[in-house]
Design a protein around this ligand. Structure first.
Ligand SMILES: [Zn+2]
Ligand SMILES: [Zn+2]
Length: 65
């Protein structure tokens, strides 16, 4: 699939493998800015190798209430 940010092939920066979501929730998370997406291969936060876009880390820290 393509990176939603740079529209190039989405490759995990951590393990250099193409991101292939196995669950619909994972795929949906890519298009939701405040959802953290983990790479199914290495379980790390997904970072686009091409543009460096981080899927999740730029989310606002959640305040515990
Ligand atoms: Zn990208
Ligand atoms: Zn990975």
């Amino acid at each position: 699939m393509k990176c939603s940010f740079c529209e190039q092939t989405l490759v995990c920066k951590s393990c250099n493998r193409p991101f292939q979501p196995r669950k619909p929730e994972t795929l949906a998370g890519v298009y939701q800015p405040d959802t953290q997406v983990s790479c199914p291969e290495c379980q790390k936060v997904l970072v686009c190798k091409m543009c460096g876009f981080i899927y999740g880390e730029d989310a606002e820290p959640k305040e515990s209430q």
